[in-house]
Design a protein around this ligand. Structure first.
Ligand code: ATP
Ligand code: MG
Length: 143
């Protein structure tokens, strides 16, 4: 298994609930290291660019409003198999379907306000990391 980097966002609902620390603890306890981080409120247009792949979906407008409704914490996680591992720790998109013990099962209220985002492929991870961070802001933790 290779060391990978992935983009994680703690969404505005989870930031508002003050569970940033609990979510990052789960990443760290499972072997993922934070190598870049920024708390930032996106504009609706910026959220729209980030989620452009969903532009034709019926929920796109609601998704952009929600993602710009308050500050969100964007970070880059690094570790073995980071992309799939992050998705596993997040749980299913709809918290009603998320496995017990996952971040979404514990902290998400609905399919809209679902606490976290995680890149879903190596290609998307590279694009999403570049959306938020410059190369010089990535502080690799691998010796
Ligand atoms: P994310 O990209 O935020 O990590 P995901 O990869 O699990 O979530 P996607 O299919 O990429 O799920 O959808 C992006 C976001 O759009 C979801 O997190 C969710 O908030 C919203 N969404 C997805 N499907 C629906 C749906 N059927 N109804 C309402 N909102 C949805
Ligand atoms: Mg997605």
């Amino acid at each position: 298994m290779a060391v990978q980097r992935t983009l994680s966002i703690i969404k505005p609902d989870a930031v508002a609930k003050n569970v940033v620390g609990d979510i990052i603890r789960r990443f760290e306890e499972n072997g993922l290291s934070v190598i870049a981080v920024r708390l930032q409120q996106l504009s609706a247009a910026e959220a729209g660019r980030f989620y452009a792949v969903h532009a034709e979906r019926p929920f796109y407008g609601d998704l952009c409003s929600f993602m710009s409704s308050g500050p969100a914490l964007a970070m880059v996680l690094e570790g073995q198999n980071a992309i799939a591992l992050n998705r596993q720790l997040m749980g299913a998109t709809n918290p009603k379907e998320a496995e017990a013990g996952t971040i979404r099962a514990d902290h998400a209220d609905s399919i809209d306000a679902n606490a976290v985002h995680g890149s879903d492929s190596a290609e998307n991870a590279a694009n999403e990391i570049a959306f938020f961070f410059a190369d010089l802001e990535l502080n690799s933790r691998i010796a």
